[in-house]
Design a binder for this molecule. Structure first.
Ligand code: AMP
Ligand code: MG
Length: 491
């Protein structure tokens, strides 16, 4: 361990996190060990942020700790109970069915981060599941968490990934893995829905007070602190969804139990970063009706906020107050979307950006242009002096289809460009995102025991704006087989 870093296996440094609220909220239990666990990968940025020394992380103690085979002294791991709406239907009690929180550790900025093992065995909330996570989905969550962080999009983080040859039965026999993830809190809309559905108003209030005290202390000063809490979550969610749309991120399973009270991206399953721009794209093969299609995400988040509002109603009191709190969402989303698009276009003025956007997206959609590459090549062209847009044109089925739009765009840049426009755009539009096929390549080699591609992909995804990637295959067009990749809820 580095000199100032708290040793994660020492009793003094572990805090209980949500577990401090006690047994109405969590069940205390230990992880189920894996057979002969091995390292797969860790995130150097995450380790540094938590003050964990690389040399210590390479040791057996750390391997045992993060695969659930040994406990830090004095830690009391717990699984929390929540409920939720899945695909628009009330699903009743769910909970941490395969995740255990070891406790919380301080990060570099002094904030406490709950450290959670995902895939650590059965809990009282496992229902029909086995408490395990397969290697395939764990690689996807590990890479995406750290990629989103590097893209500056609020997310739960991933410290490391461990695996074992223990079999896990899905459509096929796969092997087990554990992702160690962390966040200030994993509290979900569904935690509130759980107590509200049972009319357990006392724990409902305790939980709301906990979230306000820990994360939103300004709400305490409001005339109605619980309405202020709801409004704050609605604003944060609007900002998050705007960032998802602007980067082309599809979550895939926006059930209310996958919605974070801290407005973090949480529970990476069948997510996808768009390849060709298709607004109706459905990334989750289990989502037959497209409830969670890319262009539905803003409305679904609003629907989910209504579910949260309903749950908080006993604390808020008046329906009108709850409604007013949730209804800040559409305007906040529009404002946040406009500033995201303006940054991507290198424009100062959100209104000008919004005006340019609809005709652009129409052309990208009709011409099936690659979403990430379009924005990156536009940025490279502007950075190079905005004379040559051939690289951008080459992405469209009909290259000249964009010419009228490009003329309008160049005029807008003349009047409203951000200072140092090209450089600013290169910081807003990544070269690399963890596309499905990139993850799939890393998964295929990992399933044969070779983890090097995970490490390489992690490095690219955690430096996504770096121009060194622009000539690398990671920043190129996806291969034809990418469109045939099938990702479902199975994980
Ligand atoms: P998800 O769709 O991954 O958000 O999961 C929905 C619920 O099912 C959550 O309560 C999970 O903890 C639980 N769950 C998913 N997979 C498993 C599993 N293999 N074993 C136990 N619980 C699971
Ligand atoms: Mg979930």
């Amino acid at each position: 361990m580095s000199e100032h870093a708290p040793h994660p296996s020492s009793q003094a440094t572990w805090q209980p996190g949500l577990g401090a609220l006690g047994e109405a909220f969590v069940t205390f239990l230990n992880p189920v060990p894996l057979t002969q666990p091995h390292w797969i990968a860790h995130s150097p940025a995450a380790a540094a942020w938590l003050g964990l020394d690389e040399a210590w992380l390479a040791q057996d103690d750390a391997l045992k700790l993060f695969s659930g085979n040994a406990l830090p002294e004095g830690a009391r791991p717990w699984a929390s109970v929540y409920s939720g709406h899945q695909f628009g239907v009330w699903a009743g009690q769910l909970g941490d069915g395969r995740a255990l929180t070891l406790g919380a550790l301080p990060a570099a900025d002094g904030t406490l981060q709950e450290i959670q093992l995902k895939g650590s065995g059965l809990t009282p909330y496992s229902r029909m599941g086995d408490g395990r996570a397969v290697l395939r989905s764990s690689i996807r969550e590990f890479i995406a968490s750290e990629a989103m962080q590097a893209l500056r999009i609020p997310t739960t983080r991933a410290l490391c990934l461990t695996g074992s040859r223990d079999p896990v039965y899905r459509e096929q026999v796969e092997t087990a893995a554990v992702v160690t993830r962390f966040a200030p809190s994993f509290v979900r809309f569904g935690h509130f829905e759980h107590f509200a559905s049972r009319q357990h108003d006392i724990p409902l209030r305790t939980l709301a007070d906990y979230v306000i005290e820990q994360f939103y202390p300004h709400c305490r000063q409001a005339a109605n602190p619980y309405a202020a809490l709801l409004q704050t979550v609605a604003e944060g969610t609007a900002d998050l969804i705007a960032q998802w749309q602007a980067i082309g991120f599809c979550h895939g399973v926006m059930n209310t139990d996958n919605m974070s009270m801290l407005a973090l991206t949480i529970d990476y399953g069948p997510y996808q970063f768009l390849d060709a721009y298709d607004p109706g794209h459905i990334c989750n093969h289990s989502d037959e009706r497209g409830r969670y299609a890319y262009d539905q995400q803003p409305d679904v988040a609003y629907w989910n906020l209504y579910a949260l509002g309903q749950a908080l109603l006993p604390l808020i009191g008046e329906v009108a107050d709850a409604k007013a709190a949730v209804d800040v969402y559409p305007a906040r989303l529009a404002e946040s979307m406009a500033s995201c698009w303006a940054a991507k276009l290198g424009l100062l003025d959100p209104a000008t950006a919004t005006g340019l956007l609809q005709p652009l997206l129409k052309q990208l959609s009709v011409n099936q242009a690659d979403f990430t590459l379009f924005w990156r090549r536009l940025s490279l062209a502007v950075a190079a002096g905005k004379a040559d847009f051939d690289g951008v044109r080459a992405l469209l089925m009909r290259g000249d289809a964009l010419d009228p739009w490009l003329a309008d765009y160049l005029r807008a840049l003349d009047e409203h460009a951000l200072p140092d426009t090209g450089a600013a755009m290169l910081r807003a539009n990544p070269a690399v995102v963890p596309r499905n096929y990139l993850c799939q390549n890393a998964i295929a080699t990992a399933e044969k025991g070779d983890f090097a591609e995970i490490h390489r992909l992690l490095e690219a995804c955690t430096t996504p704006f770096d121009t060194r990637w622009d000539e690398h295959p990671y920043a190129g067009l996806p291969p034809d087989w990418a469109a045939g990749i099938c990702v479902s809820c199975s994980s």
